[in-house]
Ligand binder design. Structure first.
Ligand SMILES: [Zn+2]
Length: 492
Protein backbone atom coordinates (compact mmCIF):
# COMPACT_ATOMS: atom_id res chain seq x y z
CA UNK A 1 0.00 0.00 0.00
CA UNK A 2 2.80 2.38 0.95
CA UNK A 3 4.51 1.71 -2.37
CA UNK A 4 1.26 2.43 -4.25
CA UNK A 5 0.88 5.78 -2.51
CA UNK A 6 4.50 6.58 -3.25
CA UNK A 7 4.05 5.72 -6.93
CA UNK A 8 0.97 7.94 -7.19
CA UNK A 9 2.88 10.77 -5.51
CA UNK A 10 5.94 10.35 -7.70
CA UNK A 11 3.77 10.12 -10.81
CA UNK A 12 1.94 13.33 -9.94
CA UNK A 13 5.27 15.06 -9.23
CA UNK A 14 6.54 14.19 -12.72
CA UNK A 15 3.41 15.68 -14.22
CA UNK A 16 3.27 18.82 -12.08
CA UNK A 17 6.84 19.72 -13.05
CA UNK A 18 5.73 19.99 -16.69
CA UNK A 19 2.91 22.42 -15.86
CA UNK A 20 5.47 24.91 -14.61
CA UNK A 21 7.23 25.09 -17.93
CA UNK A 22 10.82 25.14 -19.02
CA UNK A 23 12.19 27.32 -16.24
CA UNK A 24 11.52 24.76 -13.53
CA UNK A 25 12.85 21.95 -15.74
CA UNK A 26 16.11 23.82 -16.33
CA UNK A 27 16.42 24.63 -12.64
CA UNK A 28 15.90 20.97 -11.69
CA UNK A 29 18.40 19.86 -14.32
CA UNK A 30 21.09 22.24 -13.04
CA UNK A 31 20.51 21.25 -9.42
CA UNK A 32 20.54 17.51 -10.14
CA UNK A 33 23.69 17.85 -12.26
CA UNK A 34 25.52 19.70 -9.49
CA UNK A 35 24.54 17.05 -6.96
CA UNK A 36 25.55 14.22 -9.28
CA UNK A 37 28.99 15.72 -9.93
CA UNK A 38 29.58 16.25 -6.20
CA UNK A 39 28.45 12.69 -5.45
CA UNK A 40 30.54 11.13 -8.24
CA UNK A 41 33.61 13.09 -7.18
CA UNK A 42 33.18 12.02 -3.55
CA UNK A 43 32.37 8.34 -4.07
CA UNK A 44 33.81 7.20 -7.42
CA UNK A 45 37.62 6.92 -7.63
CA UNK A 46 37.33 7.13 -11.44
CA UNK A 47 35.43 10.42 -11.42
CA UNK A 48 37.48 11.78 -8.50
CA UNK A 49 40.54 11.49 -10.74
CA UNK A 50 38.71 12.68 -13.87
CA UNK A 51 37.21 15.73 -12.13
CA UNK A 52 40.19 16.62 -9.95
CA UNK A 53 40.14 20.14 -11.42
CA UNK A 54 36.33 20.49 -11.42
CA UNK A 55 34.64 22.51 -8.69
CA UNK A 56 31.20 20.95 -8.11
CA UNK A 57 29.84 24.39 -7.15
CA UNK A 58 31.12 26.24 -10.18
CA UNK A 59 31.52 24.43 -13.48
CA UNK A 60 29.97 24.42 -16.93
CA UNK A 61 28.69 21.21 -18.50
CA UNK A 62 31.23 21.53 -21.32
CA UNK A 63 34.06 21.56 -18.77
CA UNK A 64 33.34 17.90 -17.99
CA UNK A 65 35.34 15.53 -20.19
CA UNK A 66 33.17 13.05 -22.14
CA UNK A 67 33.40 9.34 -21.23
CA UNK A 68 33.09 6.29 -23.46
CA UNK A 69 31.58 2.87 -22.89
CA UNK A 70 34.98 1.20 -23.31
CA UNK A 71 36.43 3.44 -20.61
CA UNK A 72 33.56 2.99 -18.17
CA UNK A 73 33.55 -0.79 -18.59
CA UNK A 74 37.35 -1.12 -18.33
CA UNK A 75 37.24 0.86 -15.05
CA UNK A 76 33.87 -0.41 -13.85
CA UNK A 77 34.87 -1.20 -10.25
CA UNK A 78 36.24 2.34 -9.83
CA UNK A 79 33.39 4.08 -11.65
CA UNK A 80 30.57 2.85 -9.41
CA UNK A 81 29.93 4.66 -6.14
CA UNK A 82 29.31 1.50 -4.08
CA UNK A 83 32.60 -0.31 -3.46
CA UNK A 84 30.83 -3.67 -3.11
CA UNK A 85 29.97 -3.70 -6.83
CA UNK A 86 32.48 -5.64 -8.96
CA UNK A 87 32.12 -6.26 -12.68
CA UNK A 88 33.20 -9.92 -12.47
CA UNK A 89 30.64 -10.65 -9.75
CA UNK A 90 27.87 -8.93 -11.70
CA UNK A 91 28.71 -10.88 -14.83
CA UNK A 92 28.64 -14.09 -12.83
CA UNK A 93 25.26 -13.12 -11.35
CA UNK A 94 23.81 -12.40 -14.80
CA UNK A 95 25.18 -15.60 -16.32
CA UNK A 96 21.99 -17.31 -15.11
CA UNK A 97 18.98 -15.74 -16.88
CA UNK A 98 16.72 -17.23 -14.19
CA UNK A 99 18.02 -14.59 -11.79
CA UNK A 100 16.43 -11.75 -13.78
CA UNK A 101 14.28 -9.84 -11.28
CA UNK A 102 16.35 -10.87 -8.23
CA UNK A 103 17.80 -7.82 -6.47
CA UNK A 104 21.58 -7.98 -6.45
CA UNK A 105 22.88 -7.56 -2.86
CA UNK A 106 19.21 -7.15 -2.00
CA UNK A 107 19.10 -3.63 -3.47
CA UNK A 108 20.25 -3.41 -7.08
CA UNK A 109 18.49 -4.00 -10.40
CA UNK A 110 21.13 -5.17 -12.85
CA UNK A 111 21.09 -5.30 -16.63
CA UNK A 112 23.36 -5.20 -19.61
CA UNK A 113 22.99 -3.67 -23.03
CA UNK A 114 22.60 -5.98 -25.99
CA UNK A 115 25.90 -4.76 -27.40
CA UNK A 116 24.31 -2.78 -30.21
CA UNK A 117 27.69 -1.26 -30.86
CA UNK A 118 29.54 -4.51 -30.48
CA UNK A 119 30.39 -4.35 -26.81
CA UNK A 120 28.19 -4.73 -23.76
CA UNK A 121 27.65 -2.28 -20.97
CA UNK A 122 26.70 -3.58 -17.52
CA UNK A 123 24.23 -1.31 -15.70
CA UNK A 124 23.31 -1.06 -12.03
CA UNK A 125 20.26 0.80 -10.69
CA UNK A 126 18.50 0.88 -7.33
CA UNK A 127 14.84 0.60 -6.30
CA UNK A 128 14.25 4.34 -6.29
CA UNK A 129 15.39 4.56 -9.88
CA UNK A 130 13.07 1.74 -10.96
CA UNK A 131 10.18 3.54 -9.22
CA UNK A 132 11.06 6.74 -11.04
CA UNK A 133 11.08 4.96 -14.41
CA UNK A 134 7.62 3.58 -13.75
CA UNK A 135 6.31 6.95 -12.52
CA UNK A 136 7.59 8.58 -15.72
CA UNK A 137 6.02 5.91 -17.93
CA UNK A 138 2.73 6.35 -16.14
CA UNK A 139 2.55 10.11 -16.56
CA UNK A 140 4.46 11.11 -19.69
CA UNK A 141 4.02 9.95 -23.29
CA UNK A 142 0.84 8.02 -22.55
CA UNK A 143 -2.63 8.39 -24.07
CA UNK A 144 -4.24 7.60 -20.71
CA UNK A 145 -5.38 10.50 -18.50
CA UNK A 146 -2.49 11.87 -16.44
CA UNK A 147 -4.35 14.26 -14.18
CA UNK A 148 -3.93 13.35 -10.50
CA UNK A 149 -7.48 11.94 -10.57
CA UNK A 150 -6.71 10.06 -13.81
CA UNK A 151 -3.69 8.40 -12.18
CA UNK A 152 -5.72 7.31 -9.15
CA UNK A 153 -8.57 6.14 -11.41
CA UNK A 154 -6.20 3.69 -13.02
CA UNK A 155 -6.13 1.76 -9.77
CA UNK A 156 -9.76 0.90 -10.46
CA UNK A 157 -9.55 0.37 -14.20
CA UNK A 158 -6.13 -0.99 -14.99
CA UNK A 159 -4.60 -0.48 -18.42
CA UNK A 160 -3.82 -3.72 -20.27
CA UNK A 161 -0.24 -3.59 -21.47
CA UNK A 162 1.28 -6.16 -23.82
CA UNK A 163 5.06 -6.06 -24.06
CA UNK A 164 7.22 -8.11 -26.36
CA UNK A 165 10.93 -8.37 -25.71
CA UNK A 166 13.28 -10.91 -27.18
CA UNK A 167 15.57 -13.10 -25.18
CA UNK A 168 15.62 -14.33 -21.64
CA UNK A 169 18.63 -12.32 -20.63
CA UNK A 170 19.21 -9.22 -18.57
CA UNK A 171 18.48 -6.73 -21.37
CA UNK A 172 17.60 -3.23 -20.19
CA UNK A 173 14.01 -3.42 -21.43
CA UNK A 174 13.56 -6.86 -19.84
CA UNK A 175 15.14 -5.62 -16.63
CA UNK A 176 12.84 -2.56 -16.57
CA UNK A 177 9.90 -4.99 -16.55
CA UNK A 178 11.37 -7.61 -14.23
CA UNK A 179 12.42 -5.03 -11.64
CA UNK A 180 9.32 -2.83 -12.00
CA UNK A 181 7.90 -1.90 -8.58
CA UNK A 182 5.48 -4.53 -7.29
CA UNK A 183 2.79 -1.89 -6.85
CA UNK A 184 2.92 -1.14 -10.58
CA UNK A 185 0.65 -4.16 -11.04
CA UNK A 186 -2.11 -2.19 -9.33
CA UNK A 187 -2.05 0.26 -12.24
CA UNK A 188 -1.24 -2.02 -15.15
CA UNK A 189 -2.28 -5.53 -16.10
CA UNK A 190 0.62 -6.87 -18.03
CA UNK A 191 1.25 -9.57 -20.61
CA UNK A 192 4.97 -9.94 -21.14
CA UNK A 193 6.11 -12.16 -23.99
CA UNK A 194 9.84 -12.79 -24.24
CA UNK A 195 9.86 -14.23 -27.73
CA UNK A 196 8.44 -13.60 -31.18
CA UNK A 197 8.73 -17.24 -32.24
CA UNK A 198 6.61 -19.23 -32.80
CA UNK A 199 4.74 -16.27 -34.26
CA UNK A 200 1.35 -18.08 -34.38
CA UNK A 201 1.45 -18.54 -30.62
CA UNK A 202 2.40 -14.89 -30.00
CA UNK A 203 -0.50 -13.73 -32.20
CA UNK A 204 -2.95 -16.03 -30.44
CA UNK A 205 -1.90 -14.82 -26.99
CA UNK A 206 -2.18 -11.16 -28.02
CA UNK A 207 -5.63 -11.79 -29.49
CA UNK A 208 -6.75 -13.36 -26.22
CA UNK A 209 -5.25 -10.64 -24.01
CA UNK A 210 -6.78 -7.71 -25.99
CA UNK A 211 -4.20 -5.07 -24.93
CA UNK A 212 -4.87 -1.33 -24.70
CA UNK A 213 -1.16 -0.67 -25.20
CA UNK A 214 1.31 -2.61 -27.32
CA UNK A 215 4.99 -2.05 -26.60
CA UNK A 216 7.73 -3.70 -28.70
CA UNK A 217 10.89 -3.15 -30.73
CA UNK A 218 10.35 -1.47 -34.11
CA UNK A 219 11.10 -4.65 -36.02
CA UNK A 220 8.73 -6.71 -33.91
CA UNK A 221 6.01 -4.11 -34.57
CA UNK A 222 6.70 -4.52 -38.29
CA UNK A 223 6.33 -8.29 -38.03
CA UNK A 224 3.07 -7.87 -36.02
CA UNK A 225 1.79 -5.26 -38.49
CA UNK A 226 2.05 -7.88 -41.17
CA UNK A 227 -0.07 -10.24 -39.06
CA UNK A 228 -2.64 -7.48 -38.48
CA UNK A 229 -2.83 -6.60 -42.17
CA UNK A 230 -3.35 -10.28 -42.96
CA UNK A 231 -6.26 -10.33 -40.49
CA UNK A 232 -4.64 -12.85 -38.16
CA UNK A 233 -3.87 -10.36 -35.36
CA UNK A 234 -7.03 -8.56 -34.19
CA UNK A 235 -6.72 -6.03 -31.34
CA UNK A 236 -9.94 -3.99 -31.26
CA UNK A 237 -9.30 -2.33 -27.87
CA UNK A 238 -5.84 -1.08 -28.79
CA UNK A 239 -5.28 2.60 -27.93
CA UNK A 240 -1.53 3.07 -28.20
CA UNK A 241 1.37 1.41 -30.02
CA UNK A 242 4.82 2.21 -28.64
CA UNK A 243 8.15 1.52 -30.26
CA UNK A 244 11.10 0.97 -27.96
CA UNK A 245 14.81 0.47 -28.43
CA UNK A 246 15.15 0.57 -32.22
CA UNK A 247 14.96 3.48 -34.66
CA UNK A 248 11.63 3.49 -36.45
CA UNK A 249 11.80 4.56 -40.08
CA UNK A 250 9.09 6.60 -41.77
CA UNK A 251 8.23 3.54 -43.89
CA UNK A 252 7.89 1.24 -40.89
CA UNK A 253 5.89 3.87 -39.02
CA UNK A 254 3.45 4.18 -41.92
CA UNK A 255 3.04 0.41 -42.16
CA UNK A 256 2.45 -0.06 -38.43
CA UNK A 257 0.03 2.90 -38.27
CA UNK A 258 -1.95 1.55 -41.19
CA UNK A 259 -2.08 -1.94 -39.72
CA UNK A 260 -3.37 -0.84 -36.30
CA UNK A 261 -5.18 2.35 -37.30
CA UNK A 262 -3.22 4.30 -34.66
CA UNK A 263 -0.21 6.61 -34.63
CA UNK A 264 2.96 5.00 -33.29
CA UNK A 265 4.54 6.58 -30.23
CA UNK A 266 8.29 6.54 -30.57
CA UNK A 267 10.86 6.14 -27.89
CA UNK A 268 14.57 6.74 -27.80
CA UNK A 269 16.42 5.38 -24.81
CA UNK A 270 19.62 3.64 -23.84
CA UNK A 271 20.03 0.94 -21.26
CA UNK A 272 22.40 3.42 -19.62
CA UNK A 273 19.62 6.00 -19.42
CA UNK A 274 16.18 4.51 -19.79
CA UNK A 275 14.48 7.81 -18.93
CA UNK A 276 16.24 9.70 -21.73
CA UNK A 277 13.10 10.48 -23.72
CA UNK A 278 9.42 9.79 -23.75
CA UNK A 279 7.37 9.49 -26.91
CA UNK A 280 5.18 12.40 -27.98
CA UNK A 281 1.59 11.27 -28.40
CA UNK A 282 0.79 13.82 -31.11
CA UNK A 283 3.95 13.90 -33.24
CA UNK A 284 6.51 11.32 -34.42
CA UNK A 285 9.07 12.96 -32.13
CA UNK A 286 10.32 12.16 -28.66
CA UNK A 287 10.63 14.51 -25.70
CA UNK A 288 13.93 14.66 -23.83
CA UNK A 289 13.09 14.30 -20.14
CA UNK A 290 15.38 17.21 -19.44
CA UNK A 291 14.74 17.17 -15.71
CA UNK A 292 16.23 13.65 -15.46
CA UNK A 293 18.67 13.52 -18.38
CA UNK A 294 20.79 15.77 -20.58
CA UNK A 295 21.05 15.03 -24.28
CA UNK A 296 23.76 16.97 -26.15
CA UNK A 297 23.93 16.65 -29.93
CA UNK A 298 27.56 17.17 -30.97
CA UNK A 299 29.87 16.87 -33.95
CA UNK A 300 32.98 14.66 -34.21
CA UNK A 301 34.96 17.16 -32.11
CA UNK A 302 32.30 17.41 -29.39
CA UNK A 303 31.16 20.84 -30.53
CA UNK A 304 27.41 21.46 -30.13
CA UNK A 305 25.31 21.01 -33.27
CA UNK A 306 22.29 23.35 -33.47
CA UNK A 307 18.71 22.00 -33.49
CA UNK A 308 17.46 21.17 -36.96
CA UNK A 309 20.78 19.60 -38.00
CA UNK A 310 21.86 15.99 -37.40
CA UNK A 311 24.91 15.60 -35.17
CA UNK A 312 27.68 13.01 -35.46
CA UNK A 313 27.04 11.61 -32.00
CA UNK A 314 25.38 12.45 -28.70
CA UNK A 315 26.54 12.90 -25.14
CA UNK A 316 24.09 11.56 -22.58
CA UNK A 317 24.05 12.48 -18.91
CA UNK A 318 21.87 10.38 -16.65
CA UNK A 319 20.83 12.60 -13.75
CA UNK A 320 19.09 9.93 -11.66
CA UNK A 321 21.69 7.15 -11.53
CA UNK A 322 24.00 8.01 -8.65
CA UNK A 323 25.30 4.44 -8.23
CA UNK A 324 26.88 4.24 -11.67
CA UNK A 325 27.28 7.75 -13.01
CA UNK A 326 26.97 8.21 -16.77
CA UNK A 327 28.09 11.79 -17.32
CA UNK A 328 28.55 13.09 -20.88
CA UNK A 329 28.52 9.50 -22.05
CA UNK A 330 29.36 9.19 -25.71
CA UNK A 331 26.92 7.35 -27.97
CA UNK A 332 27.29 7.05 -31.74
CA UNK A 333 23.69 7.85 -32.63
CA UNK A 334 22.85 10.45 -35.24
CA UNK A 335 20.20 12.61 -33.59
CA UNK A 336 18.36 15.71 -34.80
CA UNK A 337 16.70 18.03 -32.26
CA UNK A 338 13.74 20.16 -33.26
CA UNK A 339 14.44 23.88 -33.74
CA UNK A 340 10.90 24.72 -32.63
CA UNK A 341 8.65 23.82 -29.72
CA UNK A 342 6.45 20.73 -30.03
CA UNK A 343 2.88 21.36 -31.22
CA UNK A 344 1.63 19.30 -28.25
CA UNK A 345 2.58 22.13 -25.90
CA UNK A 346 4.99 20.02 -23.83
CA UNK A 347 7.86 22.22 -22.57
CA UNK A 348 10.48 19.47 -22.97
CA UNK A 349 12.95 19.62 -25.90
CA UNK A 350 11.90 17.53 -28.90
CA UNK A 351 14.00 14.95 -30.74
CA UNK A 352 12.90 14.86 -34.39
CA UNK A 353 14.90 11.93 -35.63
CA UNK A 354 17.31 9.20 -34.54
CA UNK A 355 19.44 7.18 -36.89
CA UNK A 356 21.49 4.66 -35.11
CA UNK A 357 21.90 0.99 -34.85
CA UNK A 358 22.50 -0.74 -38.07
CA UNK A 359 21.72 -4.44 -37.96
CA UNK A 360 20.10 -5.98 -41.00
CA UNK A 361 17.03 -8.16 -40.91
CA UNK A 362 17.55 -11.62 -42.26
CA UNK A 363 15.39 -13.82 -44.48
CA UNK A 364 15.79 -17.56 -44.17
CA UNK A 365 14.03 -20.34 -46.05
CA UNK A 366 11.59 -22.61 -44.23
CA UNK A 367 10.15 -25.30 -46.49
CA UNK A 368 8.67 -23.59 -49.51
CA UNK A 369 8.47 -20.09 -48.05
CA UNK A 370 10.64 -17.40 -46.54
CA UNK A 371 10.77 -16.26 -42.96
CA UNK A 372 11.91 -12.91 -41.61
CA UNK A 373 14.23 -13.17 -38.62
CA UNK A 374 14.52 -10.38 -36.12
CA UNK A 375 18.25 -9.64 -35.68
CA UNK A 376 18.01 -10.00 -31.88
CA UNK A 377 17.17 -13.67 -32.32
CA UNK A 378 20.66 -14.23 -33.68
CA UNK A 379 22.59 -12.10 -31.21
CA UNK A 380 20.61 -12.78 -28.03
CA UNK A 381 22.54 -15.85 -26.92
CA UNK A 382 25.94 -14.33 -27.79
CA UNK A 383 25.19 -11.36 -25.60
CA UNK A 384 24.87 -13.78 -22.69
CA UNK A 385 28.42 -15.00 -23.18
CA UNK A 386 30.86 -12.42 -21.72
CA UNK A 387 34.12 -13.99 -23.07
CA UNK A 388 33.13 -12.73 -26.53
CA UNK A 389 33.92 -9.06 -27.19
CA UNK A 390 33.33 -7.65 -30.65
CA UNK A 391 31.57 -10.00 -33.04
CA UNK A 392 29.92 -10.06 -36.39
CA UNK A 393 27.43 -12.43 -37.97
CA UNK A 394 27.43 -12.74 -41.73
CA UNK A 395 24.69 -14.51 -43.67
CA UNK A 396 26.75 -16.41 -46.24
CA UNK A 397 23.98 -18.57 -47.72
CA UNK A 398 20.22 -18.40 -47.24
CA UNK A 399 20.32 -20.62 -44.11
CA UNK A 400 24.03 -20.46 -43.28
CA UNK A 401 25.90 -17.95 -41.13
CA UNK A 402 29.49 -17.17 -40.31
CA UNK A 403 30.19 -15.94 -36.79
CA UNK A 404 33.41 -13.96 -36.50
CA UNK A 405 34.18 -13.43 -32.83
CA UNK A 406 36.95 -11.65 -31.01
CA UNK A 407 37.65 -12.53 -27.36
CA UNK A 408 36.88 -9.75 -24.86
CA UNK A 409 39.96 -8.14 -23.26
CA UNK A 410 41.81 -10.65 -21.03
CA UNK A 411 39.44 -13.46 -22.00
CA UNK A 412 39.83 -16.56 -24.10
CA UNK A 413 37.11 -18.08 -26.22
CA UNK A 414 36.85 -21.76 -26.96
CA UNK A 415 35.23 -22.74 -30.24
CA UNK A 416 33.68 -25.75 -28.55
CA UNK A 417 32.01 -23.63 -25.85
CA UNK A 418 30.91 -21.06 -28.40
CA UNK A 419 29.34 -23.80 -30.51
CA UNK A 420 27.37 -24.96 -27.46
CA UNK A 421 26.21 -21.38 -26.76
CA UNK A 422 24.96 -21.09 -30.34
CA UNK A 423 23.27 -24.48 -30.31
CA UNK A 424 21.42 -23.63 -27.11
CA UNK A 425 20.32 -20.31 -28.64
CA UNK A 426 19.11 -21.86 -31.88
CA UNK A 427 17.18 -24.44 -29.94
CA UNK A 428 15.55 -21.75 -27.82
CA UNK A 429 14.26 -20.01 -30.95
CA UNK A 430 13.26 -23.25 -32.67
CA UNK A 431 15.91 -22.67 -35.34
CA UNK A 432 17.99 -25.76 -34.62
CA UNK A 433 18.28 -27.94 -37.68
CA UNK A 434 17.15 -25.00 -39.79
CA UNK A 435 20.28 -22.85 -39.91
CA UNK A 436 24.00 -23.69 -39.75
CA UNK A 437 26.74 -21.67 -38.11
CA UNK A 438 30.43 -21.55 -39.02
CA UNK A 439 32.69 -20.10 -36.34
CA UNK A 440 35.86 -18.12 -36.73
CA UNK A 441 37.81 -16.78 -33.75
CA UNK A 442 39.75 -13.77 -34.89
CA UNK A 443 41.20 -10.52 -33.63
CA UNK A 444 40.11 -8.80 -36.82
CA UNK A 445 36.59 -7.76 -35.82
CA UNK A 446 36.56 -4.05 -35.11
CA UNK A 447 34.21 -1.13 -35.46
CA UNK A 448 34.60 1.33 -38.27
CA UNK A 449 37.33 3.69 -37.02
CA UNK A 450 35.45 6.76 -38.24
CA UNK A 451 31.93 6.01 -37.08
CA UNK A 452 32.81 3.81 -34.09
CA UNK A 453 30.05 1.47 -35.27
CA UNK A 454 30.08 -2.19 -36.11
CA UNK A 455 27.41 -3.84 -38.17
CA UNK A 456 26.79 -6.91 -36.08
CA UNK A 457 24.66 -8.59 -38.68
CA UNK A 458 25.16 -8.35 -42.38
CA UNK A 459 23.91 -10.40 -45.28
CA UNK A 460 25.88 -11.37 -48.34
CA UNK A 461 22.77 -12.85 -49.94
CA UNK A 462 20.22 -10.08 -49.24
CA UNK A 463 16.45 -10.53 -49.40
CA UNK A 464 15.28 -13.33 -51.71
CA UNK A 465 14.41 -12.37 -55.28
CA UNK A 466 11.26 -14.50 -55.40
CA UNK A 467 9.26 -12.98 -52.55
CA UNK A 468 5.50 -12.73 -52.76
CA UNK A 469 4.04 -9.22 -53.14
CA UNK A 470 3.26 -9.02 -49.42
CA UNK A 471 6.69 -10.27 -48.42
CA UNK A 472 8.32 -7.76 -50.76
CA UNK A 473 6.52 -4.86 -49.10
CA UNK A 474 7.67 -6.14 -45.73
CA UNK A 475 11.25 -6.52 -46.96
CA UNK A 476 11.31 -2.90 -48.13
CA UNK A 477 9.92 -1.65 -44.83
CA UNK A 478 12.33 -3.70 -42.79
CA UNK A 479 15.31 -2.56 -44.83
CA UNK A 480 14.12 1.00 -44.39
CA UNK A 481 13.94 0.58 -40.66
CA UNK A 482 17.69 0.18 -40.46
CA UNK A 483 18.87 3.43 -41.95
CA UNK A 484 22.67 3.42 -42.00
CA UNK A 485 24.30 6.38 -40.28
CA UNK A 486 25.18 9.29 -42.53
CA UNK A 487 28.88 8.45 -42.66
CA UNK A 488 28.21 4.93 -43.93
CA UNK A 489 25.66 5.84 -46.55
CA UNK A 490 26.63 4.96 -50.07
CA UNK A 491 29.33 2.61 -48.81
CA UNK A 492 27.07 -0.42 -49.02
ZN1 LIG B 1 5.04 16.73 -28.24
Amino acid sequence: MLETVRLVARGIQQKVVLWDGRKVIDWLQARRLRRLIAHAKAHSPFYAQRYRNIDPDGFRLEDLPPVTKTELMANFDDVVTDRRLKLRDLEAFMSDPQRLGQWYLGEYAVSRTSGTQGMQAVIVQDRRMMELLFALQMTRGTVFPTTPWGIVARLVQRARLAVITIGRGFFPSAAALAYAPKASRRFVKRLWLQHIEPLEEVVARLNRFRPHVLLAYANVLVILAREALAGRLRLPGLRQVINMSEPLSDGARALVSRAFGLPVTNNYALGECMALTTGCTCSPGMHVQADWAILEVVDKNYRPVPPGQPGDKVLVTNLYNTVQPFIRYEVNDVVTLSPSACPCGCPLPLVLKVEGRTDEVIWIRVGDRYKLLHPYVLVDFLDEYPPVGWYQIIQTERNRFLLRAQPAPNRTVSVEELRQVIERGLKHYHLDGLVQFDIEITDQVAPDPRSGKLRRITSRVGPPADLTEEERLLAEQSQASFVPPAENRGAA
